[in-house]
Design a protein around this ligand. Structure first.
Ligand SMILES: [Cu+2]
Length: 350
């Protein structure tokens, strides 16, 4: 993008662990993670050298080693299908009241092998829990700030000013040790999200305070294998540029541990871009096309495509079926992001 070569060089060094200071092009070439590529392919396709996926091709990405799945207390492979429906009860009016407890906590996480990041989290996860409700319910979110910094929860959706979670309006910032309950109706149905809105905003979001927020339509959607993909990144040296890119936080998580789906089964992807510092992100899938439902607020798709671009905060529901078994890459079509962590595989099985 607009960055000088030197900046890219330092970003590669960070991810590959190379400490060389040379800045010539041959040196840069030497720093490109060829060994990481080999290790990543070995890890991703079996040690016998045989590629189980008929369509497995050479990758240009990868890291040396991998982040242990349990290292952060959350596993990207489980987080994919982890929907937090809170607890419900019926109110006197007959409507459903749905409630969650969300705690802001400071927590160090590992975003690439050996790359630790001092994150700010909701419930100890990045992204925070995927909150899931049904259109028309009354929602209560009990927010406790156990972090050392002021934070809020700002939801996308329709609600009163007092529940908007921005500084200077209603209760505004929630200080360390304080708590606040946000309350609003679940509307409109679609794929939304929530994030901290305390200033400086980019820092509070990029540190990890965000999550997906799904409101199902009253009539529901067709049965599917549902997956949440949150496109994010990490500015590990605080220069307001990202050094690591990912979906669901850990660079190359789904290269090392491909997402298993069944051939012919409907797959529904809740795709959210929460990346800071870069204006655009994108999702591309190989050897297939998907139906796109922008913001998920309509039940009819607007497009059949294999690539969707998203600005900051934008989201889409994608639906597709895989007609063939094998291993299929998905990645940001911004090549730089893909090389720095934002790529993975679907493993399609019978
Ligand atoms: Cu915050």
């Amino acid at each position: 993008m607009r960055r000088p070569w030197r900046a890219k060089l330092s970003r590669r060094q960070l991810l590959t662990g190379a400490g060389a200071t040379a800045a010539s092009l041959p040196a840069l070439h030497a720093l490109v993670p060829h060994q990481g590529l080999l290790d990543a392919l070995a890890a991703g396709s079996g040690r016998d050298g045989h590629h189980p996926g008929a369509h497995t091709g050479p990758s240009h990405q990868g890291t040396v080693g991998r982040v242990r799945p349990g290292a952060n207390g959350f596993d990207p492979s489980k987080l994919l299908r982890d929907f937090d429906r809170g607890r419900t009860r019926r109110m006197a009016s007959g409507r459903t009241l749905r409630e969650w407890e969300i705690v802001a906590q400071d927590k160090e996480i590992e975003v690439a092998p050996g790359v630790k990041y001092a994150a700010w989290t909701y419930n100890g996860r990045v992204p925070g829990p995927t909150l899931r409700a049904r259109e028309g319910e009354r929602l209560r979110v009990h927010f406790v700030n156990a972090s050392d910094h002021r934070h809020t929860m700002h939801f996308h959706g329709i609600h009163t000013a007092a529940n908007d979670g921005v500084p200077g309006v209603g209760r505004g910032d929630i200080g360390p040790g304080e708590s606040f309950t946000y309350e609003f109706d679940a509307e409109p149905f679609g794929l939304h999200h929530y994030h901290c809105h305390t200033s400086p905003l980019a820092e509070h979001i990029s540190k990890g305070l965000y999550g997906a927020f799904i409101i199902d339509p009253k009539q529901g959607r067709p049965d599917a294998d549902e997956l949440v993909l949150v496109q994010n990144g990490f500015d590990t040296n605080f220069d307001r540029e990202n050094e690591v890119y990912a979906v669901n936080t850990v660079a190359f998580a789904y290269l090392h541990d491909p997402i298993r789906v069944k051939r012919g089964e409907l797959v529904r992807i809740y795709l959210l871009n929460i990346l800071e510092f870069d204006p655009l992100n994108s999702f591309h899938i190989h050897a297939n096309f998907f139906h796109r439902f922008p913001t998920g607020t309509r039940l009819e798709p607007t497009e059949l495509t294999d690539l969707v671009s998203q600005a900051q905060g934008q989201r889409d529901i994608l639906e597709l079926r895989f007609p063939h078994t094998g291993r299929y890459m998905f990645h940001a079509h911004v090549s730089e992001f893909a090389e720095l962590g934002w790529m993975g595989f679907f493993e399609v099985v019978d």
